[in-house]
Ligand binder design. Sequence first.
Ligand code: PAF
Length: 283
Amino acid sequence: MEIVQQASLLRPLLSGYREQGLSCGFVPTMGNLHAGHLALVDAAAEQCDKVIVSIFVNPMQFGPEEDLASYPKTPGDDEKALIEHGASLLYRPPVEDVYPLGHASQTRVEVPALSDILCGESRPGHFIGVTTVVNRLFNLVLAEKAFFGKKDYQQYLLIRKMVSDLAMNIEVIGVDTVRLDSGLAMSSRNNYLSDSEQIQAAGLYRVLQDVARNYQADSLSSSAVQQAALAELEKIGFKPDYLSVRRQSDLNEPRTGDLKLVVLAAVWLGSTRLIDNLEFDLA
Ligand code: PAF
């Protein structure tokens, strides 16, 4: 696996792949790779000749009070795992390679409306940071396909909308969330949880499953289901940020007749913010 830290060195390698007629799959990450990331690498390796991974902890998507400084970094383990999973090229730039003049003066990419709801409401500016950096990475790598985890469901939809609105020539593929046996979704932020908090955290997925079941049973009103779920989250010990049932296609509130839904939640467990979601169908 080649490791490159500068965009200027990345380009000739990628042109080489294209000249040989090799297809490229791209997996953008912030490192501290776990089974969820490696499922993205595996999906890319199945569908493409070459897998390109980026590791960049993007300061532009962290708020001033967030965990940029403490975000877990495990470069040695990441390299090893990527080699084992067949990645061909790792782009791991320093911040100056991505934002030479600092990110405050960076040209921004914003997907309106969808950036401002749910996680966007609690993390102002977060999704502009995500779409801005992913747009730049897509333009550098020029892969045919890019792979995103559905655990970050809102991010996945935002990237799809950016690609469609800007007519970018890349297919965005969503990969199912990888969970521990307990149901807890894999996340780098699980590293912040103590052993007992990890057990508690698994309760989030159980509540999402209850919401889906109750919607499907149609025995309670949708607001009663959501109120009961919020109460259950509090009982487990979470401080809920939001829990909401939305349409899978655009995260708008469901209307009568919408059959493809997703329940999304963000909660605090101590000082750790966790997100998860579950897609479900009616009828
Ligand atoms: O999901 C992530 O790890 C990040 O938001 C991403 C897509 C790599 C952009 O920094």
